[in-house]
Design a protein around this ligand. Structure first.
Ligand code: UGA
Length: 440
């Protein structure tokens, strides 16, 4: 089938390449001419395992191409996926909808010129009610065009597999024709047994926010338990393992540590609270404010413990930070807990040197006060404390004995709970982690 994907950010580019890889003929659209130019040459603007190869393969096979023209998009296909950003508004916690609104306003006049039915499918994360509002707006200009909503559940770092082999497909539709069209687009996945949940627009919109809110709740729950463990001498890792064995609870997303960051979880829980308040139901989701507060508290706890570990003041201390990305497997630094902690410590007078295998270029642009290196021993040279803040697997391979020879004092805070405490301690390190008993 022929389809367009409007917006070549994370969701859009991954969707476009995966749809092309499945055999559809896809036109990717973005306002950013430089981005379109480099995409056409097979260069992805961010790091995502498997994306570059698929991009190049689908460009070569002719299943994918790019343009900046919405007029061309309207002529190219009857099905248009809208994948533009809905960031948090600068003045409030609500989602900023100006980009989705603009796509509808700019695309609709071109669709009006066409005869026949067409389908505009939103994939962006939006407050409930947006799809219906956009459907009205679209219908006023192009009465033969219809809206549908198809939320995206991909995780950065696993985006290709999450898109090609999703756990479920959720679509909000207003007609059986839209339902059938989306089933046809996703036919290979449906044949492979992927559940297809077809519902109305508000349910589809809310599923996405509810899913991210639930994931955020799991993370803050385990971090709250880690706080209790610290006070009560209990071990949060054993606790997570033990409660996670109950299939009603489940082990995923019970990894304690510095909490969640990124471009989705923090913004989505705030946007859901903001929308609930708008409709007079703030109290029903008040717990999500608490989830947010528990989350940001983990950053303050890490800073306080780091300060204690360097003797009570950061002034003139050298701090090594392992990890800058908001999570391993990604070069994304948006709302990165690691960088928030690094920047705060730098702001309190420490010299901070940060290592990250993928995210230093992105981080450097936003945090000019921090020093960055691609070499772990260099990041740790003469350090008074090492902070492990993003759980890249390679940090688990570090030889603690070798690193002890480089630092000024062998002291480490494992804020992600992925390092082998016994190994570090037996190599002479003072090893601390939240929610874990501290021997001696
Ligand atoms: C999240 C959701 O997992 C996706 O399903 C959703 O599609 C996406 O948001 C989105 O809305 O677009 P993502 O932001 O890529 O995906 O990252 P996650 O893997 O969910 O991790 C989010 C944050 O939580 C990271 O900072 C991670 O380090 C942290 N986390 C995750 C924990 O602290 N503990 C855990 O157990 C799991």
């Amino acid at each position: 089938m022929r389809l367009t994907v409007i917006g070549t950010g994370y969701v859009g580019l991954v969707h476009a390449t995966c749809m092309a890889d499945m055999g559809h003929t896809v036109l990717g659209i973005d306002l950013d001419a430089l981005r379109i130019e480099s995409l056409a040459r097979g260069r992805a603007p961010f790091y995502e395992p498997g994306l570059c190869e698929t991009l190049q393969r689908t460009l070569e096979s002719g299943h994918l191409r790019f343009t900046t023209s919405l007029a061309e998009a309207a002529r190219f296909a009857r099905i248009h996926f809208v994948c533009v950003g809905t960031p948090q508004r600068p003045d409030s916690n609500a989602a900023d909808l100006r980009f989705v609104d603009a796509v509808i306003d700019d695309l609709a006049p071109y669709l009006r010129e066409l005869r026949g039915w067409c389908l505009v499918v939103g994939k962006s994360t939006v407050p409930v009610g947006t799809a219906a509002r956009l459907g009205d707006r679209l219908g006023r200009i192009a009465p033969q065009a219809e809206i549908a909503w198809n939320p995206e559940f991909l995780r950065e770092g696993f985006a290709m597999q999450d898109t090609l082999r999703p756990e479920r497909l959720v679509v909000g539709v207003v007609s059986s024709r839209a339902d059938e069209t989306l089933r046809e687009i996703y036919a290979p996945m449906l044949r492979a047994g992927t559940p297809f949940i077809s519902t109305d627009l508000p349910t589809a919109e809310l599923v996405k926010l509810a899913a991210n809110s639930f994931l955020a709740t799991k993370i803050s729950f385990i971090n709250a338990m880690a706080e209790l463990c610290d006070a009560m001498g209990a071990d949060v890792m054993t606790l997570a393992e033990a409660i996670g064995r109950d299939p009603r609870i489940g082990r995923p997303f019970l990894q304690p540590g510095l909490g969640f960051g990124g471009s989705c979880l923090p913004k989505d829980i705030r946007a859901l609270v903001a929308r609930a308040e708008e409709v007079g139901l703030g109290e029903s989701v008040a717990f999500l404010r608490q989830i947010d507060e528990i989350n940001t508290r983990q950053r303050r706890r890490a800073i306080a413990l780091a300060r204690e570990l360097v003797g009570g003041s950061f002034s003139g201390r050298k701090v090594a930070v392992l990890g800058a990305a908001f999570k391993p497997g990604s070069d994304d630094v948006r709302d990165s807990p690691a960088l928030a902690v690094a920047a705060a410590i730098h702001g309190k007078g420490a010299w901070v040197r940060v290592h990250d295998p993928e995210a230093t270029d992105n981080a450097r642009a936003d945090f000019p006060g921090l020093q960055f290196t691609l070499d772990v021993p260099k990041a740790c040279e003469d350090a008074d404390v090492v902070l492990h803040l993003t759980a890249w697997p390679e940090y688990g391979e570090i030889d603690p004995t070798g690193l002890a020879a480089v630092v000024r004092r062998p002291v480490i805070l494992d804020a992600r709970h992925t390092l082998d405490a016994a190994r570090w301690r037996s190599s002479g390190w003072t090893f601390r982690a939240f929610g874990r008993p501290c021997p001696g």
